[in-house]
Design a binder for this molecule. Structure first.
Ligand SMILES: [Zn+2]
Length: 281
């Protein structure tokens, strides 16, 4: 749970870097309120080892109270800090309506949607040997197609406003088997959804060594007029605003003229040439 001091530190760091607002976006699976959703994910898995691993992962993380989280961010907002109440919602196959219903009573400014696991496979859990071992078990074609299917379902819901790190599946540096064809399919899925897409510096800190999304996908999205937000996905104070200038330069390079800000889930476009920018961490 982010303490008031921590939120203030994040805000101060962001402000000092010329960032005008910062969305705090904790994961939904870290809250006790998500336990029934999480149990559904585990119950669907027929592989006992994978199911047990996911269950242990969820039990370890689902400890916070969503109401207290919302309250703590609201206190910071009321104190005048430039923060937005955000949340990162993972993809729950077949259960996104349940997610929407669960979150409908909360005053979120912005909800990110993301795919960190396919079924119970935490494909970007770099420290987990079982998850990493799966990369050798599932064929590359099947991996990318499963990710594409997941993205289709996630973007057809109204559970979220922004798709975070839209090509996270490349985290290890694996290239999509179809390359340009894959990027164009993904760009179609994302642009049809009407959602905003996040451009994030977090990929520079992962084995893939590049931002999300890949330049090819970024250019395809820009060509289709898809709106963007920027993010560091910081997790720690030192990474707040990480490489924001580089991200902004990449956006300008593909012809983007504005970035998006959200308040009570309503979008507003801000000129990208302004000194300040927006970020989610
Ligand atoms: Zn994420």
């Amino acid at each position: 749970m982010p303490s008031n001091e921590r939120i203030a530190e994040y805000s101060m760091k962001a402000t000092g870097m010329g960032i005008s607002e910062i969305a705090i976006t904790e994961h939904l699976f870290r809250f006790k309120q998500s336990l029934s959703l999480l149990n559904t994910v585990v119950a669907r898995e027929s592989n006992v080892e994978m199911a047990d691993s996911m269950k242990a992962y969820f039990n370890f993380h689902a400890t916070m109270d969503l109401d207290q989280y919302v309250e703590s961010i609201q206190v910071a907002k009321n104190a005048g800090l430039p923060v937005r109440l955000g949340l990162e919602v993972d993809y729950y196959r077949g259960s996104m309506d349940e997610v929407s219903t669960m979150l409908s009573g909360y005053p979120f400014d912005v909800i990110l949607g993301s795919i960190h696991w396919l079924g119970t496979w935490r494909f970007d859990d770099l420290d987990d040997p079982l998850s990493m071992g799966q990369w050798g078990v599932v064929s590359p074609d099947a991996v990318w197609m499963a990710y594409e299917e997941a993205m289709k379902e996630l973007t057809e819901t109204d559970a979220c406003d922004v798709i975070a790190h839209p090509d996270l599946i490349k985290v290890h540096g694996e290239k999509p088997p179809m390359n340009s064809e894959f990027w164009s399919i993904m760009a179609d899925i994302l642009s049809k959804s009407g959602m905003t897409v996040e451009v994030s510096s977090a990929g520079w800190r992962k084995p893939v060594g590049e931002q999300y999304p890949a330049v090819e996908l970024l250019a395809e999205l820009a060509r289709r007029g898809v709106p963007f937000t920027t993010a560091s996905d910081a997790h720690t104070l030192s990474l707040v605003g990480d490489q924001m200038d580089k991200l902004r330069a990449m956006l300008i390079d593909v012809g983007v003229t504005s970035v998006r800000s959200f308040s009570t889930r309503v979008a507003r476009d801000i000129d990208i040439s302004q000194e300040s920018t927006i970020e989610s961490a």
